[in-house]
Every structure is written in structure tokens, then in C-alpha cells.
Design a protein. Structure first.
Length: 264
């Protein structure tokens, strides 16, 4: 089945509290108006790629709630409520549940351990679940079992320790190709895939997002953009400079699914 054919997406408008979102490294905090502009451009890019999108209202009580991919997973076959590893984000699960109910009806849940959607990579033959500071072994195994109920085979993997999430260091950009950092390439996690390895100083570009025929890529990384363009990918470059200041990128700002895969 295609991993990149989507018809719908859920997003959430950032609240003003987003400037206080989780922030592992040093450096400046984001500017709210800049995050709002980046998010609006992202929504426009998804629409241009052919998606029907549902944009939820901001939630000031949860600064990181713009990143809807972490508290939930969606597939055409159904939706899964997760249990985020950061204690400040666990309340986001119940906040997003009503929107998922509107689209999917009954929801599956991970109720043991911790699991973040940023650690979940869908590939053609299996779902990879990365262990991290946000996804533990108990939560990963619980997610394997829930995915099985949706008919999805899953495998737990152990990314390099410096990775915040699995998708911080790697993206499936077509059915057989992984865009990844040097550490991701050296990890052996992606055996059997063709890999495109980023230069170390362009490592943040590893969090890209393929939507139908378009590959969304953070701008400011000219070498990888030139290579991907040369290889025939249809690129859409997006400014994520302020979103990146709160440890995030392109994949985490939406939940995407193909309604044609819904269970009959």
C-alpha cells in the first residue's frame, strides 16, 4: 500500500502559548507571529498537494498542541490515541479525541507506557516504532499490539540516542528511499532501503514530509534541495525556522490519512 497517498489532514492553529513550548536546546524562543505564518504556509502547502484539511482551534493550556502528530496516529483504517512521553503533553490526548471521533468513530488507545507519534514511521511493509526519551519499550509494545488490530505489522527499533524522535533523523520520501542523517545511516535501522544521507550541517532537513506527489522540505538547506531536485522530486520548500526552535518540523504539524483505505 502507498505510504504517501493522503486525502485528509487534521491541523491545530498554534496558540500564543506556543512560544513556551518544549525546548531541549539553547537558542532563542520562537516569535508567535512567525510561527503563525509558518503554520499557515504549511496548511496552504497541504491544500495545494490535494488534501482536505480540518484546522482545530488553538489550546492555550497546551503550548505544544500545534504538533498534533504526537498524541495520536491516523490511518484510513482507524485512529489511535497515544500517551505522550512528556508529562506536559498528556492532556492533549483528550483534547484531540473529539476531532478524531468525527472522522473515525471508535478510537483505539495506547494505555500502557508512553508513545509519541513522532517516533512512528510508516513504510510499505511495516510500521517502525522508535524508542526514545518520549517512547518507552512498554508503550512501543502496546502500540505494536494496537496496530495489529488495524492489520498493520510493526517493529520496534532503537534509533541513535541523540534523536529526539525517530522522524527527527529520517523520513521515507518514496516507497524505497529514506532521507536520513549520518547517524541514522550508520545505525543500520534502514537496511533494505535506499538511503540519501544528509551532510551533518544539514541534518535538520531529515524531518521532511511526502504528501502525494509533493515532498515538503525545510528551506535553508541548499545542498540537499539541489540533490533532491536533480533526482526528480517535486519539492515545496517551507520556512520552519521558528517551529524548529521548539524542537519540531514538518511531519509533526499534521495528522494525515487516506480515506479510501477506510475499513468497509
Amino acid at each position: 500500500m502507498s505510504c504517501h497517498h493522503f486525502t485528509h489532514a487534521i491541523l491545530r492553529t498554534p496558540g500564543r502559548s506556543v512560544v513556551g513550548g518544549l525546548h531541549a536546546g539553547g537558542g532563542p524562543r520562537p516569535d508567535y507571529d512567525a510561527v503563525l505564518r509558518e503554520h499557515a504556509a504549511y496548511a496552504d502547502a497541504l491544500r495545494a498537494a490535494g488534501l482536505t484539511i480540518d484546522i482545530l482551534d488553538p489550546i492555550e493550556a497546551f503550548p505544544d498542541s500545534i504538533f498534533v502528530e504526537d498524541p495520536a496516529l491516523v490511518f484510513g483504517e482507524g485512529a489511535i490515541l497515544l500517551n505522550p512521553g512528556a508529562d506536559t503533553r498528556r492532556g492533549e490526548v483528550e483534547e484531540i479525541a473529539p476531532a478524531l471521533h468525527r472522522h473515525f468513530g471508535d478510537l483505539h488507545r495506547v494505555t500502557e507506557g508512553y508513545a509519541d507519534g513522532g517516533d512512528v514511521m510508516v513504510t510499505p511493509d511495516r510500521v517502525l516504532i522508535g524508542l526514545s526519551a518520549r517512547t518507552d519499550a512498554v508503550g512501543a509494545q502496546a502500540l505494536v499490539e494496537v496496530l495489529g488490530r488495524l492489520g498493520r505489522k510493526a517493529e520496534v527499533v532503537d534509533p541513535p540516542r541523540e534523536a529526539l524522535h525517530l522522524k527527527t533523523i529520517a523520513t521515507l520520501i518514496d516507497e524505497e528511499t529514506i532521507l536520513t542523517t549520518p547517524a541514522g545511516a550508520a545505525s543500520g535501522l534502514f537496511a533494505g532501503f535506499r538511503t540519501i544521507v544528509l551532510d551533518a550541517d544539514e541534518a535538520p532537513a531529515a524531518n521532511a514530509l511526502r504528501i502525494n506527489e509533493t515532498l515538503l522540505l525545510s528551506d535553508g538547506f541548499p545542498r540537499i534541495a539541489e540533490r533532491l531536485d536533480r533526482e526528480g522530486y517535486r519539492l515545496k520548500l517551507l520556512d520552519t525556522a521558528h517551529v524548529a526552535r521548539i524542537d519540531a518540523g514538518l511531519s509533526c504539524m499534521s495528522l494525515r490519512w487516506n480515506a479510501a483505505q477506510a475499513s468497509r
